[in-house]
Design a protein around this ligand. Structure first.
Ligand SMILES: [Zn+2]
Length: 304
């Protein structure tokens, strides 16, 4: 039996080599956790996961092919280092849990395509940019199907970088800063508007606790050396700038129902994205915080 399973594994890995040349649908894919699938032109990468966690990095790409015209309007600034950071998190997560998160990375620079906007603003008429955008989202959908099939539900994180002066993480749950300024009792009424609605339904914690209490993701990151808003320390962003979640968080979180909750993470440059060493330290803390957060709030944890 052992011999047969070895042969089976060999066939699987050989098949992978031959099928990994284009965006692969769930029906014809052979998933090998930890390995990368690429779209045909290599603009989009999908590191296949085995856990209940999905991470996407839409703004860290560095490729600027001349065949795609520069975007003319919208936000054009890249989130430097978030492509590498997503990969570092995947490796740290694997070292800690023995499982991989599903990771989707756009390697095109944001000047060419914005995978955190609807397609019109994202691609601005370029067929090639539209194709990359479509492949990015197809891979996320593929990861979502795999997570639901294997684990019944999961967590989606859209990874970004901000340039605001405050050196802290900004966690976006689709609630505005004004809404976060409300008392806990008032905040409790907002669970249905948030991108972690499903997780709030499953967790024993109150919604305010899940959002900014001692077991919130913000608190867990602060404990590991990375202050965050919202958290017990910063229940809201005060009068400072704050990103509360974009297109991907709306599309892939659980605000409109669904089994996968999600939030946006905006990382500062200083101390997180600005060196290889800082990225590694952050990745370790982040992977650990995700694991603890899911252990506390989700029955399935990081996966079966
Ligand atoms: Zn971004």
């Amino acid at each position: 039996m052992k011999y047969l399973s070895e042969i089976y594994r060999l066939v699987i890995s050989l098949s992978f080599v031959f099928v990994a040349s284009g965006p692969v649908c769930a029906s014809d894919s052979v998933s090998v956790a930890g390995q990368s699938l690429f779209s045909k032109d290599k603009h989009i990468e999908y590191i296949v996961g085995s856990s209940s966690v999905i991470i996407s990095a839409p703004h860290g790409g560095r490729l600027v092919p001349a065949s795609i015209p520069d975007r003319k309007n919208g936000v054009l600034l890249a989130d430097g280092g978030t492509d590498r950071l997503a990969r570092d998190i995947a490796q740290a997560f694997h070292r800690q849990t023995g499982k991989y998160p599903h990771v989707i990375i756009c390697h095109l620079k944001r000047l060419k395509v914005d995978c955190n906007r609807e397609i019109k603003e994202a691609a601005q008429g370029s067929v090639e940019a539209e194709r990359a955008w479509t492949e990015f989202h197809q891979y996320i959908e593929q990861a979502r199907r795999a997570v639901i099939e294997k684990h019944g539900g999961g967590l989606y994180i859209d990874l970004h970088g901000h340039g605001h002066p405050e050196i802290r993480l900004e966690l976006g749950y689709l609630l505005s800063n004004l809404e976060l300024k409300g008392e806990d009792g008032k905040v409790e009424e907002l669970r249905g508007k948030s991108s972690i609605r499903k997780l709030a339904d499953d967790s024993k914690a109150s919604f305010a606790e899940l959002l900014r209490g001692d077991s919130s993701f913000g608190a867990l990151m602060k404990e590991r050396g990375f202050p965050a808003v919202p958290s017990p320390e910063f229940p809201h962003a005060g009068e400072e700038k704050y990103f509360n979640g974009g297109y991907n968080t709306r599309r892939y979180g659980s605000r409109d129902g669904g089994k996968i909750s999600g939030f946006q993470v905006e990382c500062p440059g200083k101390g997180v994205r600005n060196s290889k060493k800082n990225r590694r330290i952050f990745a370790k803390a982040f992977a650990d915080a995700v694991t603890v957060y899911l252990k506390i709030h989700a029955a399935v944890g990081v996966g079966k």
